[in-house]
Design a protein around this ligand. Structure first.
Ligand SMILES: [Zn+2]
Length: 424
């Protein structure tokens, strides 16, 4: 039985390649959110041909949504013969801008040496195509499956997922009793099951000063120097502390198995005056955006207090030091239990298809699983897909065709196990 399903997927290899190419050739670049509607409709047309009921959901009024750039999501559902759980595959249809350094057309979908090249092949149109072909093969092989299968193509994952999975989750699309198990084919390597991700806190810190003529800085108060003093306290006090915090989460790569803090941006003073010359002014404001990634062992409250504590201490220690801080984004860390059905069934299929045990990992960065868990309250969710993690967002991004075929076999086998209740 299992071999028959595998062989059926092998036979769809060319179809899987063509589907990936077709998806890559729709340039769904985000921002601003180009071509979402044609891409959603393309997926919808394909799935309606094999018995799926297809619906479109525009996240009207959400961030980025406009008539020019509608946030159009597609949800397709196929009821089985008889009662049973629902397995849902979710892929984001947006891709990041191609950027510089490409040697091939980023939207050409060119095939070379067993790989398909293009923006979004790896992250994650190749994974979405593999899920579609997996489901089609499974339905041909076992037409009387119980339960239900769903596939969604959602927008804006690269910019937070607010008009995509978060929007649908608020409408009940990622909750019981509608859905029981969710697989997100993000590129985390074909033999790895991703259980979740670290937490995120983004904040903007502003130091304040007083404007004066640049030739007489003693008459003003330089906000950039205040920020410089804060930066040096981060270096001496916070960074060593973060490096010492290790997590039990199996985060890959290894370097992300600790707390991290990136300084995303730093701006102070006027860039230049009207005539292109530097403006002779003492800057009265300096802004910095920080990106703190935290561990399941840490609380967001403590994470914030570590930064605010330094700023407050500086108010005492440093003359005329004044600041404000604004939260920009908060995401709690999450990690699905390795005993959950979706983890067990996908891991068992990886071992069967690839002949080696599945590795359980956690992603350094966040993705749409947060919305499924936090808004949909659905815990049986993982990321599993064929792309190579390190290639996401790179020039000359590609996907290995053999990996897509293998992952389609894993997804089809796992869905069959979950639907028929024969847990591995
Ligand atoms: Zn992605």
């Amino acid at each position: 039985m299992s071999d028959l399903l595998g062989r059926r997927i092998e036979a769809k290899r060319e179809d899987l390649v063509a589907l990936t190419q077709d998806l890559v050739r729709i340039p769904t670049v985000n921002p601003p959110g180009e071509a979402y509607r044609p891409c959603a409709e393309f997926i919808g047309r394909r799935l309606s041909q094999c018995g799926f009921e297809v619906s479109y959901h525009r996240a009207e009024g959400e961030i980025g949504d406009s008539d020019r750039y509608p946030r159009t999501n597609v949800v397709a559902r196929r009821e089985g013969r008889g009662p049973g759980p629902c397995v849902h595959f979710n892929g984001h249809i947006d891709v990041v801008a191609p950027g510089e350094g490409w040697t091939l057309d980023p939207f050409g979908g060119e095939v070379r040496n067993g790989k398909i090249y293009g923006r979004g092949t790896c992250d994650m149109k190749g994974g979405l195509a593999a899920a579609v072909v997996a489901v089609e093969a499974l339905l041909e092989e076992v037409p009387d499956l119980p339960g239900a299968l769903e596939i969604s193509g959602t927008v804006d994952e690269e910019s937070g997922g607010f008009g995509g999975v978060a929007y649908l989750a608020r409408k009940g699309f990622f909750s019981k009793p509608r859905v029981d198990h969710v697989i997100i084919p993000e590129p985390l390597n074909v033999d790895r099951v991703c259980l979740g991700h670290r937490g995120v806190w983004w904040a903007e810190i502003e130091t304040k000063g007083h404007i004066a003529h640049g030739s007489m800085p003693f008459l003003g108060d330089c906000a950039v120097r205040h920020m410089g003093a804060f930066l040096s306290r981060l270096e001496s006090e916070l960074y060593p502390k973060l490096a010492a915090k290790r997590t039990e989460m199996p985060v890959v790569p290894e370097g992300a198995r600790q707390s991290t803090l990136n300084i995303n941006s730093l701006h102070g003073g006027l860039q230049e005056g009207h005539d292109g010359l530097p403006a002779p002014l003492v800057p009265d404001s300096c802004r910095m955006v920080i990106d703190r990634r935290f561990l399941i062992e840490e609380s967001l409250e403590v994470v914030k207090q570590e930064v605010v504590g330094i700023l407050e201490a500086m108010r005492e220690d440093r003359e005329r030091f004044d600041y404000s801080i604004k939260d920009l984004m908060e995401v709690h860390p999450l990690m699905t239990d390795a005993d959950m059905p979706v983890v067990r069934s996908v891991s068992a299929e990886i071992e069967k298809v690839l002949g080696r045990p599945a590795q359980h990992i956690v992603s350094p960065g966040t993705y749409d699983q947060k919305h499924v868990t936090r808004i949909g309250h659905l815990k049986d969710c993982i990321a599993y897909g064929p792309g190579i993690l390190d290639l996401a967002h790179q020039p000359d991004e590609f996907i290995v065709i053999d990996d897509m075929v293998a992952s389609a076999k894993v997804m089809a086998g796992a869905a069959r196990t979950l639907l028929t209740g024969a847990h591995a």
